[in-house]
Write a protein that binds this ligand. Sequence first.
Ligand code: E4P
Length: 215
Amino acid sequence: MKLFIDTADVAQIREAWSWGILDGATTNPSHVAKTGRQPADVYREICDIVDGPISLEAVSLTAAEIVKEGRELARLHHNVVIKVPIMKEGLKAVKMLAAEGFTTNVTVNFSPLQALLAAKAGATYISPFVGRLDAVGHDGMELVRQIKAIYENYGFPTQIITAAVRHPQHVLQAALAGSHVATMGFDVLEQLYLHPLTDAVMDLFLKDWAKISAR
Ligand code: E4P
């Protein structure tokens, strides 16, 4: 399963990229707003760091405008994936962008039927927001499993990006469900390294090694 970082914080992206386990990045309007910077500046920096798919979100509301915005975003770098919200105009735009050869990430996905429509429109990726479903009492990961089943039933090539990931269990469950990608904040990515037993055993090994050196 590929791992993407979900942020517009370039320092975090640079650090995570240096670990050698990152495959791509996703951003959204809220992430960019948090940086207090101009989107184009942030996007250019991310494209300089990440050698993999980078989802940049279109914020227009009509298909024609989304397509225009998408073309402009894609001009920034060949790694750019145009992120399009799942709505009627968004789906029309995805169809047109796909026909022009652009890659798209259909976002803000909360139902399997939305995901079916995204795949029919020719989306490269679908992003189910699992953490936000969990937060309102649903089982977010069940949505990933349902999308996976539908896509496999009909051979859709659209890849699933498990999104709105809140903790390492989401990442594990996404991997077990066969999600192609999980995108997560820096905090979750960092937690994937951690295990208390690793720390305890490393501590023991280093203490024993110090005894040898002291001989
Ligand atoms: C994914 O592409 C989205 O940017 C992200 O996962 C949204 O999640 P959140 O706003 O619920 O954290």
